[in-house]
Design a protein around this ligand. Sequence first.
Ligand SMILES: C[S@@+](CC[C@H](N)C(=O)[O-])C[C@H]1O[C@@H](n2cnc3c(N)ncnc32)[C@H](O)[C@@H]1O
Length: 400
Amino acid sequence: MNYKKTIELMDRVQFIYELALAKLELESLSAKFEITNSMRKFELVSGDEELLRKRVAYFKSIDGQITDYEKLFQFNQTTSINQYLTHWMYPYKGKFHPQMIRALLNFIKVNEGDLVLDPFMGSGTAILESQILGLNSVGIDVSPVCVLVSKVKTESVAVLDKIKEIKDEILKQNETNLTNFENPENKGIRASVEGIKDEKVRNFFLVAELISHSDESRRGRDFHKSFSNNVEKMLKSVEDFDKAIKEVGLKPGKVRIEKGDSRDIKLKDNSIDGIITSPPYSIALDYVKNDAHALEALGFDTKIIREEFIGVRGTNSNRIVLYNQDIMKSIDEMFRVLKPGKFCVIIIGDASYLGERIKTVDFTLQYAKKLGFKLIKNIDKIIYGLYNVMQKENILIFQK
Ligand SMILES: C[S@@+](CC[C@H](N)C(=O)[O-])C[C@H]1O[C@@H](n2cnc3c(N)ncnc32)[C@H](O)[C@@H]1O
């Protein structure tokens, strides 16, 4: 009897773009399959089951055996299914959906030892997903907050024991601050955190502080209580990361995170095996304003810093002109550093400004093609958010 093995989609897969990516990732991992009537179960005709179990993003089991990614979802300290391991740390607007990134990493055929780049790293989703999948990666962002947060998400597991050693002491100092806040000698939790010698451990507590500033300013929570809660929750997530390495058998890739400018990437020509990124969508979101509380808490002057950020420079129609120039320079740089034959994924959406629709997707597409990128796929990513508001983005996949 010719027995075919079943590959089962995860229960949470619900959008058309996810189904499209699920099929694409299987094809890229050299699997031959048939889709059965239910659409949720595929039949594997041929393929390396072990490889598939290790790499796939959208499937929960292969021939009855649970995939690594389904296992990883169990290591989650939040109520949001995709904010597992350290993904949740810091409330960053416009984060990638991690599962989509894993599927795209499969689609662009990057393997162990390869180097992935995200030149608009944001909160580090693509870098963390690369690390989890065992790929080496470089993340660049102009925002010091993004650099700090991405480092903490990916580096804390290496200093887990040191974080545990110092945690009680820091929380005790926080308690003292809580009861003594009118004492002029009390310089607050920052003084305690700045006294930590190990940079990675210091960064961990600094991010706990930044999340607490956000809890205070956006949700009206008590700063000190938030700080203690955040430290505990972050620590549990880092412990989860450590457990996942041991229990799921992850071999984390190497990570390099730098503050830098996508218009002038400090990498050699033809040195990168794959790019997955999402630039600011024209001027849709003011990243400086959005993170002002955290930037200021780190001692930055937001008026000066804005000059380096794409999408917030200039006023009125000049803002669009500057955005277009900046995005062209960034695409030039991505093309330059990517190895010939390799893939560059740009996720972008249109925006509206001064009552007009800014066609960012078309602009990016046309410029990339003019530069010599070949468009391999253009996937509509349509989702409905809260109150049925449609969000449309495009996943543009180019090959150099
Ligand atoms: C759409 S967000 C990226 C979000 C990211 N994909 C994530 O999962 O969190 C765009 C990012 O571009 C960054 N950015 C703006 N101008 C930049 C520049 N000149 N060089 C590098 N990054 C820049 C912003 O700080 C912001 O984090």
